[in-house]
Design a protein around this ligand. Sequence first.
Ligand code: M6R
Length: 607
Amino acid sequence: MCGIVGYTGSSSAVPVLLSGLKRLEYRGYDSAGIAVNTGGSLQMVKASGHLEHLMERLKSTPLSGTSGIGHTRWATHGAPTDINAHPHMSNDGQFAVVHNGIIENYAQLREELTENGFQFSSETDTEVIVHLLEYYDQGDPKVAVMKAASRLEGSYALGVVCARFPDTLYTARLSSPLILGVGIGESFFASDVTALVRHTKNVIYMEDGEFACITPRGIEVFDSTGAPIRKTVSRVAWDVEAAEKGGYDHFMLKEIMEQPRALKLTIEPRIRDGRIVLDEFESFRAQLPNIRKVVITACGSAYHAGCVGRYVIEQLCRIPVEAELASELRYRNPIIDSSTLLIVVSQSGETADTIAALKECKARGATVLAVVNVVGSTIAKLADYVLYTWAGPEIAVATTKGYTTQVAVLDLFAVWAAEALGTISAQSCADYVKQLLSLPERAQRAIDLNPGIPALARQYKAADAMFFIGRNIDYAICLEGSLKLKEISYIHSEAYAAGELKHGTIALIDEGRLVVALACQEALFDKMMSNVREVKARGAQVLAAALEGNRRILSQADDVLYIPDTDPLFLAIPEIIPLQLFAYYMARENGCDIDKPKNLAKSVTVE
Ligand code: M6R
């Protein structure tokens, strides 16, 4: 959602801020702005719409200075207008602020500040912060920031500039990501590492309740009493190239193609001498027999990964497994106690509903294992244990390598836990480990086997609605295939358990309707063929997915996507890849903004 960035050093601030904001575009936004300290006074330029509008405006109103703050806004309080865009400035012109998050008590604060004579110009919740800064300003901006923050309820990552201190930036964090960049003679802050790696790979992850003063000479972090905190400087593990398109037209296509490598990085280091070793979770091995139930919770595609995980874990470990949307679980008064293992799945580690469900279940005594991609994210911090997906930065809003690496970690967990619980034999365990090691290669094969997908997209591009049907894990994959298609191509699509067709949906099947039938579970192949015949009999066109070498499918389907032969439990990884490509090329044929689909944000940090 929103993105923030700050710079102080000896270079001109505007290009650094703009390049940072450019890298945060993928999070989703609808207006942008920057404020620069021009040596004793603050000036800002803001514009609704794309960053290009802001850049145009900066040509006619150039800002010069070596420190400043920037923001990309995804509107929550007030329309995406120039006035509502951040930064916001105090009435006396001393402070400007950028903010990610939501101030829940902004209405009371606004009333109070208005009574005290402050003039509001925007409809945003954020504007209360900058007036609080002026209200509490008695000379030291650090104190004003701490006092203002103590009045805020909700979530925030704040970046503040003060006119009187031209080379200093101030930041504060509560439940919204904030990372500081340590350079040589320059310092940075951002909501996301991707905005920093071009300048420095040395970063400090801010924790909730922490504040920082940032100058070109260094960074001081302190707690809510003002006491200094010694922070570790971490090294970002990936290069700037990882956050660039590298010759592909879209990040999404690059990320689809990166899957074999991302899977290798996620799986291989966790297999040693033919056994799965989950370093970060090994200390829990002895407690596994006490677990009576596994609950997997997440949102969107991460939830779909959880749906796959449910089949695999239950099948191998013989423990009841529930997969539930975090937005539902958090309000359900669930039966969860210390015998529950809660697996929380999230690429960003910042999804608001997922965080809330995690907190709710933790409070009831569950042990929390997080499967997360972004190092140092909120979910990673809140969980008892973390298994990282080593997918690297995922920029496209539509997740691809994020999803497959989540599935890979859940698969690893399932085999590891089954071995620990003794629910599979040593021989089966060795066979599963071999299968897991082969998944990166099978992912590549899934790409190589289907060069005809762009042509299929040309053929089907005019479809206005379609259905994805499948059974068992194929059904879980339908959920993700359907979401991928609708979120980037805007074509209406629905995923159905094939056995449910006759209970209602078949009424919607008519002449020419496209049905994507996933028929890769050999044990259920004949059942799927019955469903395919039923929809064909009503005039549907069928695009099927079947295992490589399956010739029986040819007599039933109009077109076929081939999936490399894989153990049925681990099919999700190779099987989703052609569906990701199909969604990509359908969106491309329809001229959609693939990496930044309308109305969507990469990281959904508000409910
Ligand atoms: O960062 P998370 O994995 O927690 O995000 C969850 C969903 O918002 C995310 O998977 C969303 O559904 C994607 N746009 C799907 O491509």
